[in-house]
Ligand binder design. Structure first.
Ligand code: C5P
Length: 232
């Protein structure tokens, strides 16, 4: 119907930060609030979709009608995402996934060594969740439609286009996080939408607006792309 264009579709969304343990009491993480991902989940549910929200540790209430899967680490988010990706029509990676994790989290609390002024932590790369899902999608042919996010402080379009191509995404939502009051933790956001070659040449610029409104626009654009490509 007109009010619920996403009826019958399953949309999976990653949101928030990941938390990578160093020892039983410490971790590496980032300042992602989860607001954009949760707004996307709410918008998708309002538009009629079945929504799975894979969330890192955030302090936000679960939007109405959304199934929430809580995870902490990038590896857990990766596993939950892969499990859902095969069953969804649209996969949106909005999480700020930690690029690295401790190679071997200490079993016991790391003690301060009085005689040493430095401590070396060895980090290893986390999997790129969205790139993995887009790759598997390409191998299987067809679903899901994969939407990524790019937060940049300069050369927004160039970096976003590079991510779109390198990660084999269908669409990317690029945010300039250097502007005051927008992006990380804020309630408002502006975005540049870009599509993989052929679709929506040149992109579309969405002006600063509440994340709830921007989320709806992003879901509507993704739905628009689904309706013109074969879904099986
Ligand atoms: O490379 P960068 O982290 O800037 O790319 C951002 C996009 O990639 C986002 O959609 C983010 O959710 C996704 N991503 C991911 N797994 C990672 C790193 C980023 O899914 N390990």
């Amino acid at each position: 119907t007109q009010d619920t264009p996403a009826l019958g579709l399953h949309i999976a969304i990653t949101a928030g930060p990941t938390r990578e343990p160093l020892d039983p009491v410490r971790y590496l993480s980032n300042h992602s609030s989860g607001k954009m991902g949760f707004a996307l989940a709410a918008a998708a549910a309002e538009l009629g979709a079945r929504v799975s929200l894979i969330s890192g540790p955030v302090s936000l209430p679960t939007p109405d009608g959304v199934e929430r899967i809580d995870v902490e680490t990038a590896l857990q988010m990766h596993e939950a995402s892969r499990r859902l990706a095969g069953d969804c029509d649209i996969f949106i990676g909005c999480a700020a996934v930690a690029d690295y994790r401790a190679e071997a989290p200490a079993e016991h609390k790391i003690k301060k060594v009085e005689s040493e002024d430095a401590l070396t932590l060895r980090l290893v790369k986390n999997p790129d969740i969205i790139a993995d899902i887009a790759n598997e999608r390409d191998a299987a042919g067809g679903r899901p439609f994969v939407v990524g996010f790019a937060a940049e402080t300069r050369d927004l379009e160039a970096y976003a286009r590079d991510k779109l191509t390198r990660k084999r995404l269908d669409m990317i939502v690029a945010n300039d996080v250097s502007s005051a009051g927008l992006g990380f933790g804020a309630d408002d956001n502006a975005a540049l939408l870009l599509w993989r070659d052929g679709e929506g040449e040149g992109g579309e610029s969405l002006p600063p607006q509440p994340k709830t409104q921007l989320a709806r626009a992003v879901i509507e654009r993704a739905l628009g792309c689904l309706s013109v490509r074969p879904v099986h």
